[in-house]
Design a protein around this ligand. Structure first.
Ligand code: SAH
Length: 357
């Protein structure tokens, strides 16, 4: 048995079944045995590949979108450029490089990264040198200043709770011990106030998910954006409302059982974009429409950028890779529709380019 499996079995024996959120949090972020704290390599050699690792175009276009947002808000000098869950630091590095031709940028920005994994902080330090960067443990630690924020595949790594609808309550999906293995089952039905609004659009037997940390994270960002100015962009896989079991474990690019080998696979769940929209509006900010990643990148000019980069490709293999990367980011059957984006901005200033409200 792995050390993390032993720790989790002991915890279940002492305090009873774990919620899926408790299980996910330990698997991903346990200080000694968590997936993000120990294992991950991103990219082709890792367990999964993300958009910034597929092509530099992703970060360049989003960096320019945030830069235009900064210009639209009067180019504040004391602004913060922040990213949550920066992985290898590739997105931020591509954003900063793309901003260089814009007068005043990127020097007008104090760069802050919200990252839980010390290992990944080291990779980010290397990727972003010589830019001065500060790391934070939590979004709530971001300074009170105009905030230009981005997060790609960050919210999908936050722990979720999962419920099956009963007649008029919800049975929580919990994780129990079964000998040396973990078994998941649904607990007895209870009312769940955060899901009261889902009684209207679900039937008994339906599964819905809740990300308990999401509303507070969006509220922290929304509050800064309303009082200080700035904007936030979230890109992730998910949809307007959570429906069905979307918990997924990936190891070596293949789906595996989430309850086998805790800490050895990446665990994610689809993001509920309505929850982002609701939390942003509760904070007094404006949330854009949700837009598919492919549509957003086309609006930001990925085809023109792809053509210009294609002219500089050294050989036909590089050109083929480049064309495949463009397709992978934008095509509806690849990441183009599964991934969505949403922006949060203050009332009275426009959303970043590519978004509509
Ligand atoms: N944005 C990157 C990496 C996505 S993986 C990319 O697109 O390539 C998720 C990232 O979020 C990792 O950097 C992980 O360490 C970080 N992370 C996960 N949970 C976190 C938490 N609760 N607080 C801060 N960072 C977290």
């Amino acid at each position: 048995m792995t050390p993390l499996a032993e720790i989790l079995h002991k915890r279940i024996a002492l305090t009873g079944p774990l919620t899926l959120a408790d299980y996910m949090a330990e698997c991903l972020l346990h200080p000694d045995h968590g997936y993000y704290t120990t294992a991950p390599v991103f990219g082709a050699a890792g367990d999964f590949i993300t958009a910034p690792e597929i092509s530099q175009m992703f970060g360049e276009l989003l960096g320019l979108a945030l830069a235009q947002g900064w210009l639209d808000q009067g180019a504040p000098r004391d602004a913060v450029l922040a990213e949550a869950g920066p992985g290898c630091g590739t997105l931020m590095a591509d954003m900063l490089r793309a901003m260089r031709p814009i007068p005043g940028l990127p020097d007008a920005f104090d760069i802050r990264l919200v990252e839980a994994s010390p290992r990944l902080r080291d990779l980010q330090r290397e990727a972003l040198a010589p830019h001065p960067v500060q790391w934070l443990d939590r979004i709530g630690d971001l300074p009170q200043a105009p905030l230009f924020f981005i997060a790609n595949e960050f919210l999908d790594a936050l722990p979720i709770r999962q419920f099956q609808r009963a007649a008029d309550g919800w049975c929580e999906h919990v994780v129990c011990s079964e000998g040396d293995a973990f078994q998941s089952r649904f607990a007895a039905p209870l009312p769940v106030p955060e899901l009261a609004h889902r009684l209207a659009d679900t039937l008994p037997g339906d599964i819905v998910e809740l990300c308990p940390a999401l509303p507070a994270i969006v509220a922290e960002l929304g509050d800064r954006i309303v009082t200080q100015g700035g904007m936030a962009i979230f890109i992730d896989y998910g949809d307007w409302q959570s429906r069905g079991d979307t918990l997924q474990a990936l190891r070596d690019h293949k789906p595996v059982d989430p309850f086998d080998g805790p800490g050895k696979a990446d665990l994610t769940a689809h993001v509920d974009f309505e929850a982002i929209d609701r939390a942003a509006r509760d904070a007094g900010a404006i949330a854009s429409n949700m837009v598919p990643q492919g549509v957003l990148l086309e609006r930001l000019g990925i085809t023109q950028r792809a053509q210009s980069l294609a002219r500089a490709m050294p050989d036909s293999a590089a050109l083929e890779n480049h064309i495949a990367a463009h397709r992978r980011l934008t095509h509806p059957q690849e990441m183009g529709s599964l991934f969505k984006a949403i922006a949060i901005h203050p009332d009275g200033s426009p959303p970043p380019p590519g978004f509509e409200t």
